[in-house]
Design a protein around this ligand. Sequence first.
Ligand SMILES: [Zn+2]
Length: 152
Amino acid sequence: MKEPTSCVFWDDPERATKGPLHEKFELLETYLKDDNWWRYLLKCRECGQRYVFEFYEERDWEGGDDPQFSTWIPVETDQDVASVRSLRRAELQIFRPSLHHDWPKGGPRRIYWVAGDGQIRSAPASVIGKSAEALFGLRRLVAWLRRLKSHH
Ligand SMILES: [Zn+2]
């Protein structure tokens, strides 16, 4: 997949996360709509770029403030859509390029692109240039690997 460099959210990813989703994106298809897990095909209202979008809220039954993760994967052809829409959650999370909005429990929000080469983009200055693996931290990586393993 190509980096959507002409889409407004490439240079301003934070904008994708502000306000209601439908104001910025047209909903083309709903693949999954659960209480805490949604997967959609969206279209940027400004440029028409399509994204496979996922929202996931981890249920942590103690005291709310559940961690939330949103992911946008830019897709071009219907073949792209078909291959991305059915990825497992852990696979979607490491797919690139991809735009992420991570809101860990009690932690600061992080909004960033993982570019095609794996480098972090448009994130706070402190993390630009670090690899995705370094940014995500060991704990989440281990959790992903466990999930990937348990699916095979
Ligand atoms: Zn756009």
